[in-house]
Design a protein around this ligand. Structure first.
Ligand code: GRF
Length: 207
């Protein structure tokens, strides 16, 4: 059984896709043991509660400095001791003490085809605003392992989504969620839970 903790910050639509996939048997051999949000008003926490999953809020604002938050966040994760940590719209940088303690056990969903439109400052709507400003005809989403960099870990899966004329950032974000994120993330968790992928020479391979 793969024990999973999901980290969220906002609406929780990616969390909902995971919860629904576990409920419907599209993700097997997996238990979502907890949800943590840095935002106390995140709708994602309501989604966790409705699904009967323990949810907590841990915000950097509650700590004297970022180092204190980073340590408390890592210690809490060690207490839960999940097999996999899933960042689903989580807007806080994962500290080095957590990436080293959970090396190879943290994944993230990013709303672009990495290495486009990623890295510092590229999150949420900003990603789609930049894609539209650049005029790309295809965008999409990427699931990747998390290392110390920002959106730099080994890529697990990607899915392309067409950009349409007159797209607004909000319309494009929703299409990328519906056509890519909400499919890629549950599939990646199911692949990990059923030992279908491995990292070879820094690249993800199907076994
Ligand atoms: C979305 O833009 C998603 O692409 C990114 O985080 C944002 C919020 O997602 N990963 P969610 O609805 O909170 O899952």
């Amino acid at each position: 059984m793969l024990n999973v903790v999901v980290c969220v910050s906002g609406g929780g639509t990616n969390l909902q896709a995971i919860l629904d996939a576990v409920r419907d048997g599209k993700i097997t051999n997996t238990k979502i043991i907890g949800v943590v949000s840095n935002n106390p008003t995140a709708k994602a926490l309501e989604r966790a509660e409705k699904a009967g999953v323990p949810g907590i809020c841990m915000s950097p604002k509650e700590y004297p400095d970022r180092a204190a938050f980073n340590h408390a966040f890592t210690e809490k994760m060690k207490e839960w001791n999940p097999d996999l940590i899933v960042l689903a719209g989580f807007l806080v940088k994962i500290p080095e003490e957590m990436t080293s303690a959970f090396s190879g056990r943290i994944i993230n969903i990013h709303p672009s085809l990495i290495p486009s439109f990623c890295g510092v400052g590229f999150y949420g709507l900003k990603v789609h605003e930049e894609a539209l400003r650049r005029g790309v005809k295809v965008t999409g989403a990427t699931v990747h392992f998390v290392n110390d960099g920002m959106d730099e870990g080994p890529i697990i899966a990607q899915k392309a989504v067409l950009v349409q004329d007159n797209d607004t950032p909000e319309v494009l974000q929703r299409r990328v969620m519906e056509q890519a994120e909400w499919l890629l993330l549950p599939q990646a968790i199911d692949d990990i839970a059923n030992d279908r992928i491995e990292i070879v020479n820094g690249q993800v391979r199907r076994k």
